[in-house]
Design a protein around this ligand. Structure first.
Ligand code: ADP
Length: 170
């Protein structure tokens, strides 16, 4: 089992427009996670369809309505995508991000600390839930998402100061 993993995180339009990307990114950096890819972009409908439905199977999990409102929310502006690398990084990042619904996300998690909204409110008002960022759910999803958002030449290999402590080899 390879314990060094890569995960995709995408700062959604709400995070970019609120100007809190740097502050949140520093949470990840402080844990020792390594930035191996970074870019700002405003993806097309097709790009998001591939991300949320082809890879994320969102329509079957959450329904067509939730999918539609999420896509219009994501179209509200540019996003900033990162690939982060580290020891069992995928689960670690999801733990730091917190659960999907801000109302249920625990204090101390990114969604719990930086967002507030419920599924009930989103459904009633037919809006997407602005919950700061996307993070890959598991290894398979991470591999597909990274390949979808980044080309090989946009991903980098280098050594961080943290690796002396986190990536000791047998
Ligand atoms: P997560 O982002 O936690 O992995 P999902 O993949 O299930 O969650 O959903 C993708 C995104 O779609 C969520 O982060 C949220 O912004 C939005 N979303 C999910 N369900 C709903 C819903 N019922 N109403 C509005 N927006 C939703």
């Amino acid at each position: 089992m390879d314990t060094i993993e890569r995960s995709l995180i995408v700062f959604k339009p709400d995070a970019v427009q609120r100007g809190i990307v740097g502050e949140i990114l520093s949470r990840f950096e402080k844990t020792g996670l390594k930035i191996v890819g970074a870019k700002m972009l405003q993806p097309s409908y097709d790009h998001y369809f591939h991300h949320y439905e082809k890879i994320g199977k969102m329509i079957s999990r959450r329904g067509q309505k939730a999918f539609d409102v999420t896509l219009s929310m994501m179209n509200e502006g540019p996003v900033i995508a990162f690939v982060l690398e580290g020891v069992e990084a995928i689960a670690l990042i999801r733990k730091m991000v917190g659960v999907t619904e801000p109302k249920s996300a625990l204090p101390g998690t990114i969604r719990g600390d930086y967002s507030h909204m419920s599924f009930g409110h989103a459904d009633l008002n037919e809006v997407g839930i602005p919950n700061i960022l996307h993070a890959s759910g598991d290894k398979e999803e991470a591999a597909q998402e990274i390949a979808h958002w980044f080309s090989e030449t946009e991903l980098f290999t280098y050594t961080t100061a943290h690796e002396k402590f986190t990536q000791t080899k047998k």
